[in-house]
Design a binder for this molecule. Structure first.
Ligand code: PHE
Length: 335
């Protein structure tokens, strides 16, 4: 009887290939109503001699089953763990993140291209705030309160109690901020965001400019022209690029010009420039007899659009990652 129980138990144990089957087996033999448990219960009805003998056999069998079950349980648990580890294995060599590598926005890249170029000639980068005073954006630049030039700027004003503040309409503000520091001579490049109430295929209400200016003794128009002609030829990778300077008007330069380049069979305006107006120098306490300078201001979007053939300025701000990635400039010059 005990021998049969033992034999059947071992057969069933061999067939228990997972933890659930093993548990079922345990319940079947050692559970509250398990076969061994029931057999032990029935001992009470037996005569003392048989009880003693059967009792010993059953207790031995119970201990044997418990031991066998716990050995098998450990084995199955280990197997399950090995399987789990194998199925959840992480391949650390898979290059998933590398595929998602980002790139700088075309505006950032173009700004860097331009800054790199001018750095070679000793220009240092200066920055100014986006929220400005009328003083820095207009007055000190020789644009007094009722000057018609203010209307052309489509200015965003910021509601402020004390003093009227505005979003700067150009980076020329950095000229004033830098001059006020009084360190001369200087060669400065001032990249940054500017704002005008304008929005269509060629205008954004927020765009980027780079202001460049030099104040040194003996600076003249020839320096301005050669600097900008050389720059445009380098930027557009065209040694024989045709350029022209058209007379223009800015209150803070005299004389003033628009610079055009020739491309695709037509003249394209690329920037405004001129010799710094003596009044601007006087406004910041400099002597125009001693110091002269030139200044230029260019739109980064415009330069990027011309060089990288972007036909709608709104592409810069739609935030389409695919476009940004496609416009990644491995074609950058001078890097
Ligand atoms: N600030 C001018 C503009 O935004 C550009 C400019 C800069 C012109 C410097 C002359 C000199 O239109």
């Amino acid at each position: 009887m005990t021998a049969d129980l033992e034999k059947n138990f071992h057969l069933a144990l061999e067939k228990s290939q997972n933890l659930q089957m093993l548990e079922e087996l345990r319940v079947r033999y050692l559970g509250k109503q398990g076969m061994i448990t029931e057999a032990l219960k029935s001992l009470g009805a037996m005569d003392p001699e048989t009880r003693k003998q059967r009792g010993a056999e059953l207790n031995r069998l119970r201990a044997l089953c418990q031991e066998a079950l716990s050995v098998q349980k450990e084995k199955l648990e280990e197997q399950a763990l090995t399987l789990k580890l194998a199925s959840e294995k992480v391949d650390l060599t898979l290059p998933t993140l590398a595929l998602q590598k980002g790139t700088h926005h075309l505006i950032t890249q173009t700004t860097e291209e331009i800054v790199r170029y001018f750095e070679r000639f000793g220009f240092k980068v200066e920055e100014g705030p986006d929220i400005e005073t009328e003083e820095h954006n207009f007055n000190a630049l020789n644009i007094p309160p009722h000057h018609p030039a203010r209307q052309n700027h489509d200015t965003f004003y910021v509601d402020a109690a004390a003093e009227p503040l505005l979003l700067r309409t150009h980076t020329s503000t950095v000229q004033i901020r830098t001059f006020k520091k009084g360190e001369l001579p200087l060669r400065v490049l001032a990249p940054g965001r500017v704002y005008r109430a304008d929005y269509d295929a060629t205008h954004l209400p927020m765009f980027h400019q780079i202001e460049g200016f030099i104040v040194e003794e003996g600076i003249h128009l020839g320096h301005l022209k050669s600097t900008l002609i050389d720059f445009c030829r380098a930027f557009f990778n065209k040694n024989d690029l045709k350029t022209r300077f058209r007379p223009s008007f800015f209150p803070f330069t005299e004389p003033s010009f628009e610079m055009d380049i020739f491309g695709n069979g037509r003249w394209l305006e690329v920037l405004g420039c001129g010799m710094i107006h003596p009044q601007v120098l006087r406004n910041v306490g400099l002597d125009p007899k001693k110091h002269q300078g030139f200044a230029f201001g260019m739109g980064v979007e415009r330069f990027a659009m011309l060089k990288y053939e972007v036909n709608d300025i709104r592409n810069f701000v739609t935030g389409d990652v695919r476009w940004n990635r496609q416009m990644s400039v491995s074609r950058a010059f001078g890097t």
